[in-house]
Design a protein around this ligand. Structure first.
Ligand SMILES: [Zn+2]
Length: 169
């Protein structure tokens, strides 16, 4: 039986959809829940810890972050404050499989977002979830982790990625 390597909905680098600046969510409730459910399904299939709507081809400002048994769905997230203190760790991306690159991220952030019903929340995150949220918000702005590193490192990473995609599909 043929095994599909990636979920059908998953947008893979270098698809130019990943350069799309997503637009605010204005519809909440069931329709937004359906979008979050689709995102969670693709994220789970890939054993991911976060996903943005554009990664399943939907240019809406929605993301899901999942760590340590907690899953949070955010619409229209904005970072209202971020610590000067950063850490530097490897990151992966569902849309750029086979690759990890070290990225500097703020250790602590405060995020304002709307939940599925349009109710606004302001929550502080630190460590892993803070890193994931920063990564996913970049996607909402048409950027990937490759935009957060030097051009030289990004070019090296892209060469590695292309080689691995040729080898593994
Ligand atoms: Zn990503």
């Amino acid at each position: 039986m043929a095994h599909k390597k990636f979920p059908e909905d998953l947008v893979l680098y270098p698809d130019e959809l990943l350069e799309t600046v997503s637009t605010p969510c204005i519809v909440f409730g069931e329709e937004l829940q359906n979008l979050f459910d689709r995102m969670i399904s693709v994220m789970s299939d890939c054993h991911g810890v976060g996903i943005s709507a554009i990664q399943i081809g939907v240019p809406s400002r929605a993301l899901v972050v999942s760590w340590g048994g907690t899953t949070v769905c955010m619409a229209n997230p904005t970072i209202t404050s971020s610590s000067e203190e950063t850490d530097y760790r490897n990151e992966g991306c569902l849309s750029i499989p086979y690759l990890t690159v070290p990225v500097h991220r703020s250790l602590e952030i405060t995020v304002q977002y709307d939940d599925v019903d349009g109710e606004q929340h302001t929550v502080a995150f630190e460590g892993i979830p803070a890193r994931i949220i920063q990564h996913e918000i970049d996607h909402l702005n048409g950027e990937t982790m490759l935009d957060q590193i030097s051009e030289f490192s990004a070019n090296e990473a892209i060469k590695k990625y292309n080689k691995r995609r040729r080898k593994h599909g």
